[in-house]
Design a protein around this ligand. Structure first.
Ligand SMILES: Cc1ncc(COP(=O)(O)O)c(C=O)c1O
Length: 422
């Protein structure tokens, strides 16, 4: 069959099947700043001002005046092209090196290497350090970029149930046996913060297994970098295991409110990656405004104790308030706050419309297949831009929604409501 013909007949996949009703509203919503270019606690959506709990802008750097100034000046100075070429050819500058040096220092590692995007960086990182003789052991809820990296692996891979350390140990035992035959090694991959649920990877328990088994740990700390730990060095700092993490992966898309990412490790590993990491060898280097902008952001993260204090104050108030009101927020320990409610997709869309249109609160809703079929997950992301009034208002709104859910107010919904905005 012709490929395009098959796609034409496809229902669109688990989420794409709702495209007609969802586009522009439930999926691909167009959130605009109250002022042009501004990411803030309030945004405009569907003609109304909404309180937004949906950005990974944890520290509020997206609209920080120093960040905006640096970005604008750097863009005026360099343009978006500079430097032209991939890092090993003609895309390398002393500012790229400086950013790498500062990231490595911040993470207490010998060296670091930049990625243009976290996603590609992770895939390529896994691909670069692994051979077919090695075994990858990974958490079942790992981010799609880890899954894609694992998919490239030609050797054995063993998945363990999410954060189940007993099964993780069993997986390491199996992997050890396999490696005795192949002569390979073991790479264990976990996230620092699971970005959907705010659960933490059990880095302390995983690192403790290093006393018994020979393996290397790669953590994806996209959601932990800048936020977790007393100095924002990440989830490894939070657990006091920075020296046990062999490959620390951070992304700039969250607390840095930017684009790009990095890996930090021993110097000899980073030297190896510079000459072997395909997503950097065969792709244009990170443009200068992003390099300068990321240096500024890193500086603000280093000085960011007040921003982190505000973020955690808001996060704790939101999570404690939800728990006190009887909401199930799972294992949330990081800032990301899920609210799990029993219900089908059609019901979820009605609740979300009520929340957005009548309470003017904007958060994302996650449905099957990301969560089980009868579960709806609302995902709220507190930031340092929010305050306790925002929390109070939101808790009251959720309390009212809960009463309506219990009274069966949304039960009649049989189909996903058509809210598409073309
Ligand atoms: C856990 C995790 N890893 C990696 C990435 C990818 O990062 P980027 O957006 O820089 O490609 C994300 C971002 O969505 C993420 O949540």
């Amino acid at each position: 069959m012709d490929i395009f013909e098959r796609i034409l007949k496809d229902d669109g996949g688990p989420l794409g099947q709702y495209r007609k009703q969802a586009h522009g509203y439930f999926a691909f919503p167009k959130l605009e700043g109250v002022k042009e270019g501004e990411i803030g606690p309030y945004m405009m959506f569907n003609g109304q001002k909404v309180l937004a709990w949906t950005f990974n802008n944890y520290l509020g750097l997206a609209n920080h005046p120093e960040v905006r100034k640096t970005d604008a000046e750097a863009a005026a100075k360099w343009g978006l092209a500079y430097p032209m070429g991939a890092r090993p050819m003609s895309g390398h500058t002393s500012l790229h090196e400086r950013l790498e040096r500062e990231l490595a220092e911040f993470e207490c590692k010998e060296d670091a290497y930049l990625f243009n995007f976290g996603y590609q960086g992770m895939i390529s990182l896994i691909d670069s350090v692994i051979t077919r003789h090695d075994v990858i052991v990974y958490d079942s809820e790992a981010h799609a970029c880890i899954m894609d990296g694992v998919r490239l692996h030609l050797g054995k891979r063993i998945v363990y149930p999410h954060n189940d350390i007993e099964r993780c140990e069993k997986a390491l035992q199996r992997a050890t046996k396999i490696c005795e035959e192949t002569g390979g090694g073991i790479l264990l991959i976990t996230e620092g913060v699971y970005g959907m649920t705010g659960a933490l990877g059990k880095l302390d328990e995983i690192c403790a297994l290093k006393d018994k088994y020979n393996f290397r740990i790669l953590i994806d700390d996209a959601h932990g970098f800048g936020v977790m730990g007393p100095h924002g060095r990440g989830t490894s700092e939070h657990f006091g295991v920075m020296d046990k993490i062999d490959l620390y992966f951070g992304a700039f898309a969250k607390s840095m409110a930017s684009i790009g990412g990095f890996v930090a490790s021993h110097k000899y590993i980073i030297d190896y990656l510079r000459y072997n990491l395909r997503s950097q060898i065969y792709a244009k280097s990170l443009p200068m405004p992003l390099v300068e902008g990321n240096l500024k952001r890193l500086d603000l993260i280093r000085k960011g104790d007040d921003l982190r204090a505000q973020l955690w104050k808001v996060t704790r108030a939101l999570q404690d308030g939800l728990r006190k009101r009887g909401f199930d927020i799972g294992a949330a320990e990081a800032c990301v706050t899920p609210v799990f409610i029993k219900g089908e997709v059609a019901e979820a869309t009605d609740i979300l419309v009520d929340l957005r249109e009548n309470y003017h609160i904007f958060c994302s809703a996650v449905v099957y297949p990301v969560v089980p079929k009868d579960v709806i997950m609302f995902r709220l992301i507190p930031t340092a831009m929010h305050n306790l009034e925002h929390v109070e208002y939101t808790l009251n709104a959720f309390e009212e929604l809960q009463k309506k859910i219990t009274a069966g107010a949304y039960k009649g919904a049989k189909e996903v409501r058509n809210m598409s905005i073309e």
